[in-house]
Design a protein around this ligand. Structure first.
Ligand code: GLN
Length: 259
């Protein structure tokens, strides 16, 4: 090899090494697909003006991703699609106000709990007959398929007439139009819908079943630990409370604002 060619050879090697180092330097963050529910206020819903999904869960998963150093690509679908998408491993992460249950834990991994929820009943404002779950026998009770409410009604109210819908808003609409006597669903969703999206409905009775939401993953996902660490940091540094306050009007852990 001549002297000139030797230099060229070294130059090519050096350049290749630089290029390789650039690729491996870690600034190209991993991107994960996050499955979310297409309509579960105020956790996730479509902002029709921007075409983007918004809500508590959306803000939380974006903050978790930033803290843990990955990117997210959000895909919305029916709630039962999120559950089955976790079981099949089709998506990397699921966030959908999903209740942590023993049954789901057999096929899905969950993060530490990130929200305390429960179930509640809504009826029409002029309904004085249904005051609590004691009054559901013989009544048409609507809820959403594949959810903890459906399981609760089947188990505790076999004498109610259960009607299930793919989307919970359809159930609320049927309640308003008188095709249903009651709807049972997650407390924060029922309360938010009654307060913001309907003038004709009210809530009755107590919180029926204590529940906690978790971020979901396919079984044995490597992401669980990183997400739990990020969640803990966000709860401590005020970011979680900022997001909670934005959607629920109060600070859950009473931390100072992170801004
Ligand atoms: N928390 C309920 C469940 O897990 C419903 C959640 C939802 O509709 N997104 O079954």
């Amino acid at each position: 090899m001549g002297k000139g060619k030797g230099y060229l050879f070294i130059l090519v090697i050096a350049l290749s090494a630089l290029l390789l180092a650039g690729c491996n330097s870690g600034d190209a963050a991993e991107e994960y697909t996050v499955a979310t529910d297409n309509n579960f206020v105020p956790f996730e819903f479509l902002n029709e003006e921007t075409g983007e999904m918004e809500g508590f869960d959306i803000d939380l998963i974006k903050a978790v991703a930033e803290e843990a150093g990955f990117k997210v690509n959000i895909e919305s679908m029916k709630f039962d699609g999120v559950v089955s998408g976790m079981q099949s491993g089709r998506f990397d992460i699921g966030i959908a106000g999903m209740t942590i249950t023993e049954e789901r834990k057999e096929t899905i991994d969950f993060s530490d709990p990130y929200y305390d929820a429960g179930l509640m009943i809504a009826v029409n404002k002029n309904n004085n007959e249904i005051k609590s779950e004691e009054d559901l026998a013989g009544k048409k009770v609507g809820t959403r398929s594949g959810t903890t409410s459906e399981a609760y009604i089947k188990e505790n109210h076999p004498d109610a007439e259960l009607v299930t819908f793919p989307g919970i808003v359809e159930a609320y609409m049927d309640l308003e139009s008188g095709r249903l006597d009651a709807v049972m669903y997650d407390v924060p969703n029922v309360k938010y819908y009654v307060a913001n999206d309907s003038a004709n409905l009210k809530t009755v009775g107590d919180i029926l079943q204590g529940e906690q939401y978790g971020i979901a993953f396919p079984k044995d996902s490597d992401l669980v630990e990183d997400v739990n660490k990020a969640l803990e940091t966000l709860k401590e540094n005020g970011t979680y409370d900022d997001i909670y306050e934005k959607w629920f009007g109060e600070r859950k852990y009473g931390t100072e604002s992170s801004e």
